[in-house]
Design a protein around this ligand. Structure first.
Ligand code: GLN
Length: 190
């Protein structure tokens, strides 16, 4: 199975390694054609404003929207979640795909020094998941079709809407491929 990793900015290598650990072939996505024939897609963390700008520059915004809306199982982590979302709590607009019906609060858990790790319960994964939060957003508002899969301090940090899974944290940094595996199991079932 081919697991695409959007390779514009952020922790691309770690997602490629997690995809491989989940048993898939990692495929770096830099141009629209790279989306052809994928079974799943990961959008890494990094800086969401930069990812948005680069996606626009490389003509990837519409192709990504089309691929995701037509059912490609897609995982967005941290900045990747922000990029997938419908909006942020900030006044300043940024490029977002708007395919995930949530509003996110960027850097909600504090600044870089406030980064932290926690073992969290995730709906659909039997044992706790070690979650690394780095300048992490939380989800401020969820739309009607969005299922909350995990929370920290009462704030949603992992959600699913149809073929899209988004995390505030970085499942690609812990050597535990279960979140990526979840995506591969969603294939053809969106
Ligand atoms: N704070 C970043 C943003 O708002 C996200 C941080 C991350 O992806 N680790 O885009």
């Amino acid at each position: 199975m081919r697991f695409g990793v959007l390779a514009l900015q952020g922790d691309v290598r770690e997602h490629a390694a997690a995809a491989a650990a989940a048993g898939a072939e990692p495929v770096l996505v830099r141009v629209a054609e790279d989306l052809d024939g994928l079974d799943a897609l990961a959008i890494p963390g990094g800086e969401s404003t930069t990812i948005g700008k680069l996606a626009e520059r490389y003509g990837l915004v519409e192709p990504l929207r089309t691929a995701i809306e037509s059912g490609l199982p897609t995982l967005g982590t941290c900045a990747g979640m922000i990029f997938l979302a419908a909006g942020t709590t900030e006044a300043r607009p940024q490029v977002q795909l708007g395919v995930l019906d949530v509003v996110v609060r960027r850097n909600a858990f504090g600044s870089q020094v406030a980064s932290f790790e926690a073992d969290i319960d995730v709906v659909g994964i039997p044992d706790p998941v070690r979650a690394v939060f780095i300048r992490a957003p939380w989800i401020e508002k969820v739309g009607a079709g969005v299922e909350v899969l995990a929370e920290v301090e009462g704030h949603p940090v992992m959600v699913r809407e149809g073929n899209i899974v988004a995390t505030s944290f970085h499942p690609e940094l812990t050597g535990d491929p279960r979140v990526h595996t979840l995506l591969l199991h969603m294939r053809g079932r969106a």
